[in-house]
Design a protein around this ligand. Structure first.
Ligand SMILES: C[S@@+](CC[C@H](N)C(=O)[O-])C[C@H]1O[C@@H](n2cnc3c(N)ncnc32)[C@H](O)[C@@H]1O
Length: 194
């Protein structure tokens, strides 16, 4: 019901698309996405971060926007409708919508010629969910490419040490010999493929 109310308000331009990212996290994502050509976002929701990535990437770049957008009670996905309209407003590069889970999209992406140079993982934040996305995507990132992970560490304002995504990041990703830590901004972790 809350989603439907927000959808009506958004439609009337009385509410904005929503995101759980902070302003500094979005600025950090944009900085690392700048001039990248093969970008992937896993977990789009209303497309707020997708818009930032699209604005920052190269003008001849392509951004895979991945989200299963399961249909709600009305038979369609409200977040998908909002995201498509919001992301279409940004006149830069191309967006390839993938109505798939992160793991399903990785199987499709693996058939492409190019590797990704930027991946933002913000889909299923359970331990099993991020594990599946990490294992599916870590070999699809080019050398020097960036993987950004949301809700992957605690910040001054949010204690999420016990979240599955934070545990997996701390115990597995930050110990992966193929990657190095670049920075952590609020609950966002940035790693680079060596
Ligand atoms: C936290 S929101 C993403 C927010 C967006 N990145 C932003 O910051 O504005 C999480 C999204 O992940 C999607 N999702 C859930 N499970 C997923 C999966 N296995 N693969 C990809 N996306 C998934 C949900 O449908 C939801 O839209």
């Amino acid at each position: 019901m809350r989603d439907f109310k927000h959808f009506i308000l958004w439609h009337l331009e009385l509410a904005q698309a929503e995101t759980q990212t902070s302003a500094v996290e979005r600025a950090c994502l944009a900085r690392h996405a700048a001039n990248r050509k093969h970008l992937v976002e896993i977990g789009v929701w209303h497309g707020v971060t997708t818009c930032r990535l699209r604005r920052a990437m190269k003008s001849d770049g392509i951004l895979w926007a991945v989200d299963p957008y399961r249909a709600g009670r009305l038979g369609f996905s409200i977040p998908q409708k909002i995201a498509h309209r919001e992301v279409a407003k940004v006149p830069n590069g191309k967006v390839a919508w993938q109505r798939l889970t992160g793991v399903q999209a990785a199987a499709e992406f693996a058939r492409c010629e190019d590797k990704a140079d930027f991946i933002f993982i913000d889909g299923d934040h359970s331990y099993e969910g991020i594990k599946a996305d990490w294992e599916a995507w870590k070999y699809l990132i080019a050398r020097d490419g960036i993987i950004a992970l949301h809700d992957s560490c605690s910040s001054a304002g949010r204690q999420i040490d016990e979240a599955g995504s934070a545990i997996f990041t701390r115990t597995v990703i930050l110990n992966d010999a193929d990657f190095e830590l670049v920075e952590q901004v609020d609950t966002l972790t940035i790693v680079r493929r060596k």
